[in-house]
Design a protein around this ligand. Structure first.
Ligand code: NDP
Length: 464
């Protein structure tokens, strides 16, 4: 069944253009949201040409509008007894194919526009995983950096005191993202359980002793590398012996490096917001253990790596530069795994000049629209975030399945399912790109593949 506009209602002019203008007018000062929508819309031109029913049902006007936006005050006491106030958010973007699902980000840069871009991306990403999950995202402008464990706990408890009334295992299931790891998920889960008197799978990324899944911490990084392997296979190539640039040094970067080592590649960089480490000898397992201890336990800065390993070079961040030196190091593959828009047009040009073969995005929207276009034009194997980093949320979906069954699968079982899901996502993107006349363009493949399932579910469910 299709809900269409009144037969007499005509949409004049370019529908996509009109919706884009309206998105910018209704959501001013949200450039990241505009960017994410523009990228998807550019791909959807190919779909609307074949499927006028989406236009007559005004699918695009509906899909860019969050089903619900929740914004709230988060007051808490710091260790000195002073009152602090942060802002909390949850964007419940789309529930056409399942309960809202997506991470929570705690970072001072968090605002409504950033979370709306992330929630929008999440809708298509979750659809690609093949699992029944809608899209959402949330977080706060709280900065966990430099805070004591007690301060982080008090903040998380205050945040969850409000959030708990909006989420639930069949409604909305948040997870981690930047600044929200195992420690924060623990504090959030504890407060949810205390307030609701329910032990349910309301969050993913939980500890193994209390409902978590094996491989969830590793999943985004591992998944991104599995995806990169699939991309290389289409050129009868592999990661064996490849020199790899990895940015960031958090959850995604750490497990990207681990899987690259498993597959015989040589990662040579990590970074954080203060600068870049380049280790020409390669980051081996011992050095990775040092990074994990430094970032997850000591909560230190990546520059300490160069004190420990003397051949490594530390390049501090220079905000005056319009490019990042990490992307000017000669390598075969790049795995941006820190944050949005970390690869500018200049960075992309540097990577291409140095002969990069593959870019697989662990972070969300790490490349600007201009950078993406340069990669596609140069025929670099380019794995866009919503496909390449979908392993994290896919494994969150597997954690939800285990919670519903009240069972825990083995490490091998979860890893095997993750691997198969990443192979399936790649195949879907690859074949969809071909079907719509743009072979090898995984941006189109991911956007169209993710869109179709959600759009058809929205048509089936009527005007809601
Ligand atoms: P973490 O908080 O564990 O690590 C983030 C890393 O990126 C840190 O090294 C951090 O440096 C760096 N970083 C963050 N913001 C900036 C910035 N503005 N400029 C420079 N560096 C920055 O987060 P994750 O590893 O979980 O997330 C990384 C990316 O992957 C994000 O884009 C996230 O949305 C995406 N992602 C994460 C998933 C997951 O399962 N965790 C799933 C899918 C995508 P510093 O320590 O200085 O802050």
């Amino acid at each position: 069944m299709t809900v269409a506009t009144h037969p007499g209602t005509k949409i004049h002019g370019d529908y996509i253009e009109q919706v884009m203008i309206s998105v910018k007018a209704k959501n001013p000062a949200e450039p990241e949201f505009h960017q994410a929508v523009q990228e998807v819309f550019d791909s959807l031109r190919l779909v609307l040409a074949k499927h006028p029913e989406y236009q007559s049902a005004r699918l695009l006007d509906r899909i860019v509008e969050p089903e619900r936006v929740i914004m709230f005050r988060v007051p808490w006491f710091d260790d000195r007894g002073d009152i602090q106030v942060n802002r909390g958010f949850r964007i419940e973007m789309n529930s056409a194919i399942g309960p809202y699902k997506g991470g929570l980000r705690f970072h001072p840069s968090v605002n409504l526009g950033i979370l709306k871009f992330l929630a929008f991306e999440q809708v298509f990403k979750n659809s690609l995983t093949t699992l029944p999950m809608g899209g959402g995202k949330g977080g706060s402008d709280f900065d966990p950096k430099g805070k004591s464990d007690n301060e982080v706990m008090r903040f998380c408890q205050s945040f969850m005191t409000e959030l708990q009334r909006h989420i639930g295992p069949d409604t909305d299931v948040p997870a981690g993202d930047i600044g929200v790891g195992g420690r924060e998920i623990g504090f959030l889960f504890g407060q949810y359980k205390r307030l609701r008197n329910e032990f349910t799978g309301v969050l993913t990324g939980k500890g193994l002793n209390w409902g978590g899944s094996l491989i969830r911490p590793e999943a985004t990084g591992y998944g991104c590398v599995y995806f990169a392997s699939e991309m290389l296979k289409t050129k009868k190539d592999s990661l064996e012996g490849k020199l790899c640039l990895v940015s960031g040094s958090g959850n995604v970067s750490q497990y990207t490096i681990e899987k690259l080592l498993d597959l015989g590649a040589k990662p040579v960089t990590v970074s954080d917001s203060n600068g870049v480490i380049y280790d020409p000898d390669g980051i081996n397992r011992e050095k990775l253990a040092f990074i994990i201890e430094l970032k997850n336990v000591k909560r230190g800065r990546i520059r300490d790596y160069a004190d420990q390993y003397k051949k490594a070079i530390f390049m501090p961040t220079d905000i005056k530069l319009e490019h990042n030196p990490i992307w000017n190091i000669k390598a075969d593959c790049a795995f941006p795994s820190a944050t949005q828009n970390e690869i500018t047009a200049k960075d992309a040009a540097n990577l291409i000049k140095n002969g990069i073969k593959l870019v697989a995005e662990g972070a969300n929207m790490p490349s600007t629209l201009e950078a993406t276009k340069l990669f596609l034009d140069a025929k670099v194997l380019y794995g866009p975030a919503k496909a390449a980093n979908a392993g994290g949320v896919a494994t969150s979906g597997l954690e939800m399945s285990q919670n519903s069954q009240r069972l825990s699968w083995t490490r091998e079982e979860v890893d095997d399912r993750l691997h198969k899901i990443m192979i399936a996502i790649h195949r879907n993107c690859f074949e969809t790109a071909e079907k719509y006349g743009t072979p090898g363009n995984l941006v189109n493949g991911a956007n169209i593949g993710g869109f179709l399932k959600v759009a058809n579910a929205m048509l089936d469910q009527g005007l809601v």
